[in-house]
Ligand binder design. Structure first.
Ligand SMILES: [Zn+2]
Length: 264
């Protein structure tokens, strides 16, 4: 059958019009698929945060607990040293009293033996007093050292409490906002999925689960960004024409031509 020349021209025009119509449709579908992929990534990020944020909040609680526990241990050590100091001071007082009593007894001794025994007793008491005195000096040095450490720990605890409380407030606020953000993303996702042809959607979902989330891959200058491999020039030219949904021959991702000159 021979068409008149004019008729052939109309048919050719119609053919290319259909083709560009199809190209436009495919371009739009790819746009939706990329959008869906971004939304899915955004959703995964939010879901991950929903798991991570409570962990971060607990970590801050643990950090503060540890610093406050250390401070409390310092306080208890200081209290024990102060108790010890008080006990030693009482022992010293008793020792001095005992020494005084023994010395006054010296005045009333009748025999030489008794005198020597009392002198021995006084010497023993003095030796004990000197031991107590040494212990008191050591305890006072310890009280100074532990007291300084405690002051440092106390300051650290105050700073840590304010840092942790601020951090927790920020994280809890972020956590509270996640559910509403997820609602919004899910609505957006449904809307985009509704605009995608069922056949493409099925392919997208299958590739996504296989490729760990990256189903749609941009291709520029014959290189697939999904696997960084070269695709054949003929295939690249076909991809640029947007005639059909094409998969990368290497990684299996849904390819689309990303005109980076256009972006620039
Ligand atoms: Zn690839």
């Amino acid at each position: 059958m021979n068409f008149p020349k004019k008729c052939t021209r109309v048919l050719v025009h119609f053919f290319f019009a259909c083709l560009s119509e199809r190209g436009r449709f495919l371009k739009e579908q790819i746009f939706f698929l990329v959008e869906l992929q971004n939304i899915d990534l955004e959703m995964e990020e939010l879901l991950l945060k929903k798991v991570d944020l409570p962990k971060e909040i607990s970590r801050l609680d643990e950090e503060l607990e540890a610093v406050e526990r250390e401070m409390e241990e310092g306080r208890q050590r200081l209290d024990r040293l102060k108790d010890d100091h008080r006990a030693k001071e009482t022992a010293m007082k008793n020792s001095v009293e005992n020494s005084k009593k023994a010395k006054s007894r010296l005045l009333g001794v009748k025999t030489n033996k008794e005198y020597e025994a009392t002198l021995k007793e006084i010497a023993a008491i003095n030796e004990k007093s000197s031991g107590i005195e040494d212990a008191i000096i050591h305890i006072l040095e310890e009280i100074d050292k532990v007291g300084e450490d405690f002051k440092v720990k106390e300051r650290e605890a105050v700073n840590c409490r304010s840092k942790c409380e601020n951090g927790k407030r920020r994280l809890e606020k972020e956590l509270d906002s996640i559910d509403s953000a997820l609602d919004g993303v899910l609505k957006k996702r449904d809307g985009v999925r509704n605009g995608i042809k069922a056949k493409f959607l099925k392919k997208f979902d299958a590739i996504k689960s296989r490729k760990n989330g990256r189903a749609v891959v941009p291709v520029w200058r014959e290189i697939c960004s999904g696997c960084h491999m070269n695709i054949p020039p003929q295939m690249y030219n076909e991809l640029r024409r947007n005639e059909r949904l094409m998969l990368c021959p290497h990684c299996g991702g849904i390819m689309y031509w990303e005109d980076r000159d256009d972006d620039a």
